[in-house]
Design a binder for this molecule. Structure first.
Ligand code: SF4
Length: 482
């Protein structure tokens, strides 16, 4: 008799008949069924995904050589290639140097890298293809050929939120879900939610294998703090300023704070000149540290700038406050690590710890320009905590731990998740007692997974989506497959 399937593997079996398979799920730049909208992440997003290991670490060059990334190096702040201090093997031969990532292979020539000695030690040129066909060769100013790797845009991990919110219209599976009834519908949702947690955990483990566990935690916290409009700039900020680097600054937390604010682009002389006395005092402390790093770490050329989204952002969620929260987490790192991932992890302990986190300036300021608030404001509010629990704590805690899964199941759904609300319209519009299917965090996560696995794969307005037929099929157990 075959071994019993886990919930997640049942969901995978459920997906297996889908074409293309799950591992080739729609990529951000694929056309999606929402007004045929074209979504293209910018170069910074590709670089961030590469550095997080989303493309893997084994490749084949355009000339058929086997490449393995031994060390992803560090994000370059100055002139020259994107990543410095990298180690790769090419057909087993160890090479150390830099890696450059361009969207188009021809950018190497167009940007003048072929004549620039700063690019001389490049050991690998990554790109996402080239327009116009043919093959461009990558050469240094000394006419050394640099191996090229074309990254697969259909990489298996979709991470940054380029995925658009679903169109809020009832789908073809809606009737089938109604016929199934709440018990079987909840079972499908549970499988999808467990599968989502496993995928998140796998990604966290991959980042930890490349950059270490602390950096994985710190980077994921930055990502959660950036949710939803500033995930990319906050993640890149944490990638460019690794935790290990911040923790070893001689000035400690104050220096780390100056670096994070300075490299984010939020420390400008103009802000200082127009600030009120309290803000000036706080900024002066930052500038005392920042001036010595400024030349090396100031954002902008030659590195791609961080673009912060302020449109439609509530004052409480201003990216300056999110960076302040990241600074406070860095200052309290041993405790952060213990509470979020230690053996005593619990939602109650995480919430209690969050309440202890304070900042002398940001407890009462929305932005550098705003007047002080009359009451202190939490640096990590409930929405941020939910994001951290859903994307970091529970993916790590749930693996093989049913007690953690039970705790995860109890978490209420955040009220403001527009994406899952729209996905619910597609699957459960008009369902009696919809709260039973969508009122918990795990249910919202399940909806997002189904949306990504099925709705984003479908370009026929539901017509060819296999979900309704698979739902109508007898359960695997009944078919004698379990
Ligand atoms: S694409 Fe498939 S899963 Fe999505 S709403 Fe339509 S039938 Fe349902």
């Amino acid at each position: 008799m075959p071994p019993p399937q886990s919930a997640s593997s049942r969901y995978l079996a459920f997906l297996a008949e889908q074409s293309p398979p799950l591992s080739k799920a729609a990529e951000p730049e694929a056309e999606v069924d929402r007004g045929r909208e074209q979504i293209e992440p910018d170069e910074l997003a590709w670089q961030s995904r590469w550095f997080a290991g989303d493309f893997g670490h084994e490749f084949v060059t355009m000339d058929g050589e086997a490449v393995r990334i031994v060390d992803f190096g560090w994000w370059n702040h100055g002139a020259g290639p994107d990543f410095r201090g990298c180690t790769v093997t090419v057909n087993g031969e160890v090479r150390t140097g830099s890696i450059e990532l361009d969207r188009d292979a021809r950018d190497w020539e167009h940007h003048g890298h072929a004549l620039n000695p700063a690019y001389r030690d490049t050991v690998l040129h990554l790109h996402l293809g080239q327009r116009g066909g043919g093959q461009w060769f990558t050469r240094t100013d000394e006419h050394r050929l640099v191996p090229q790797v074309r990254l697969d845009r259909q990489s298996p991990v979709r991470h940054f939120p380029e995925v658009p919110p679903p169109a809020a219209r009832p789908g073809r599976c809606l009737e089938v879900f109604r016929r199934l009834g709440p018990e079987r519908t909840l079972a499908v949702l549970e499988d999808a939610a467990r599968h989502r947690l496993e995928r998140k955990a796998a990604r966290l483990r991959r980042i930890a294998a490349i950059h270490g566990e602390d950096q994985m935690l710190y980077q994921t916290l930055a990502d959660a703090l950036g949710y939803s409009r500033n995930r990319l700039p906050l993640t890149v900020l944490a990638q460019r300023l690794p935790l290990k680097f911040l923790k070893t600054r001689p000035g400690g937390g104050a220096e780390a704070e100056a670096l994070l604010f300075g490299a984010s682009g939020f420390l400008t002389g103009d802000d200082f000149d127009h600030a009120d006395p309290e803000t000036r005092r706080w900024l002066r402390g930052l500038w005392d540290c920042w001036w010595s790093y400024r030349d090396a770490f100031a954002p902008g050329l030659p590195r791609l700038p961080l673009r912060w989204s302020l449109t439609g952002t509530r004052p409480l969620n201003h990216p300056q406050r999110r960076i302040a929260a990241l600074c406070v987490l860095v200052r309290n790192w041993p405790e952060v690590r213990r509470v979020l991932t230690g053996p005593g992890f619990s939602v109650k302990a995480v919430k209690a710890f969050a309440e202890t986190l304070t900042h002398p300036y940001w407890d009462r300021h929305y932005t550098l320009h705003a007047s002080p608030a009359t009451k202190p404001m939490a640096l990590l509010g409930s929405a941020r905590l939910t994001e951290i629990l859903a994307n970091l704590c529970f993916p790590l805690a749930v693996a093989g731990n049913e007690k953690a899964w039970d705790e995860y199941r109890r978490l209420p759904a955040p009220a403001d998740n527009e994406k899952s609300r729209r996905a619910a319209v597609r699957l459960f519009h008009g369902y009696p007692d919809p709260d039973r299917l969508t009122g918990k965090l795990w249910q919202q996560q399940a909806l997002l997974q189904i949306y990504e696995d099925f709705c984003l794969e479908d370009h026929t307005g539901c017509r060819d989506c296999p979900m309704p037929e698979q739902l109508s099929a007898p359960p695997l157990e009944a078919a004698g497959q379990d």
